[in-house]
Design a protein around this ligand. Structure first.
Ligand code: SF4
Length: 210
């Protein structure tokens, strides 16, 4: 498989934020979000077989939380087999995906963190809305918010597709929207939206592999 990096850090987002986690960042992305902070993942840094990836992951011993991210991990045909094997080895598997590729083949046990691209990303027209029909209750829906237009748009999407049954995650675009401002907006809605502040960036800034 084509990889960007494998590293061990604190989970920075989702309802698993704060927990030690192994990250497998697969290379390549079909989108070009305006605020992308992982442009280095567009290109392959190294390749490994699925078995070699599992060997790398085992080096973190007792850590059983793992996130497959990118880039866009579902671009590679072997990703589904990798997810399946990790589940078989009793990992709790998170998949962060940009909602432009069908989730139909993703095993149900995988916790999907579906990143809905807001207008300021310039990629909101690439969203595959039918994916909502195949999500499970444990899946999470994330919106990265750059401004008030994004915020109101996200509320409209939550209402239109009845997304309150999922864990909703809002995080501010780093160094563009003030966290306190987003917090105020969320509180006003009275909705069960979980605010993420991208913990890894608070701790380490934009440092790669963190
Ligand atoms: S989907 Fe993710 S990796 Fe791809 S361009 Fe957007 S932010 Fe970057």
């Amino acid at each position: 498989m084509e990889l960007s990096e494998i590293f061990y850090s604190l989970q920075g987002e989702s309802s698993y934020a704060g927990l030690p986690c192994i990250f497998i960042r697969l290379a390549g992305c079909n989108l070009r979000c305006s605020y992308c902070d992982t442009t280095y993942a567009y290109n392959t840094q190294f390749t490994l077989s699925i078995e070699e990836i599992i060997d790398e992951v085992k080096k973190f011993q007792s850590v059983k939380l793992i996130e497959i991210t990118g880039g866009e991990p579902l671009l590679q045909k072997d990703t589904i087999r990798l997810l399946t094997l990790l589940l078989e080895k009793n990992y709790k598997v998170l998949l962060e995906t940009n909602n432009s590729i069908s989730l139909a083949e993703v095993p149900m046990e995988v916790i999907k963190i579906v990143d809905i691209k807001t207008p300021s990303s310039d990629m909101s027209d690439k969203m595959l809305w039918d994916n909502f029909k195949i999500l499970n209750n444990h899946d999470e829906i994330k919106f990265v918010i750059g401004d008030r237009i994004d915020f109101d748009w996200a509320l409209g999407i939550i209402k239109k597709y009845d997304l309150k049954r999922f864990q909703l995650l809002f995080s501010p675009v780093f160094e563009k929207l003030e966290s306190a401002k987003l917090a105020e907006w969320i509180l006003e809605t009275r909705l069960p939206i979980r605010m993420n502040v991208q913990l890894h960036k608070v701790l380490w800034g934009n440092k790669r592999g963190k």
